[in-house]
Design a protein around this ligand. Sequence first.
Ligand code: NAP
Length: 258
Amino acid sequence: MIGTPYGVLVLGGTQDARELAGALVTDASLRVVSSLAGRTNAPLLPPGELRAGGFGGADGLTAYLRTQRIAAVVDATHPFAARMSENAVAACAAAHVPLVVLERPPWQARPDDRFIDVPDATTAAEVAAATGRRIFVTVGRQELAPFARVADRFVLVRCIDAPDPMTLPPHGELVLARGPFAYADELALMRTHTIDCIVAKNSGGTATYAKIDAARTLGIPVVMIARPARARNVSSVVAVASAARWVRAKLASGAVAR
Ligand code: NAP
């Protein structure tokens, strides 16, 4: 269809995804569609077109790519959004649409950090209960359920939106807040609640790193949940600018679905 702009789908829900959409919309020959899961109240919105809600699995996404004439996909979802990422790999293969993953590198422990690496939230809750008496949990509301079983510890929970009350630990406090968070504020929060252990997902990036700096200052352990495994053989980049270059190169090379 002559004159129809190429569609680029950015699977989002992250700051990087918003920045990428901002970098791509400057090109009038591109139709930039950002996709959100649609579960956060009042999400920060990217520039360009927006769609929200699940596609209906890999098959639904495949159909979407075809009907919307999407020519390239950037998976800029959070590193823990494993199902969406798997679906993107399957759908892009089925629809013959090139895919790249935009993923911040994981945080690496510095010599003065006290990371305790764990594979999942269930293990994190067990390890945190065995490690601290006043625990700061920053894993997001979807992963809270295992912490509801931490009965004899004070648990400070921080989420963007209010979690299901059934997933809240019996003893503690809930803080609703959205990053980025500043070092001084994280330190003050942890001192106010005399936190002696924190639980985090290894998200990478800077927006939520201040808690790691604050934990280092306080000399307290960080129970760090490792990222889920990614599919192999998928191209990946770590910077927004690299993802934007990848999109332009794919479209310029003509390696796009028609
Ligand atoms: P997930 O477990 O991988 O995805 C579950 C299902 O939600 C997917 O199968 C898909 O439904 C739908 N979905 C997820 N991301 C979507 C997107 N960007 N656009 C359209 N549908 C999407 O994902 P999650 O861990 O629940 O994360 C949901 C969203 O929150 C993602 O956009 C992610 O970037 C963001 N986020 C997640 C975390 C985290 O820690 N997990 C942290 C910050 C932000 P269908 O199968 O029906 O297509």
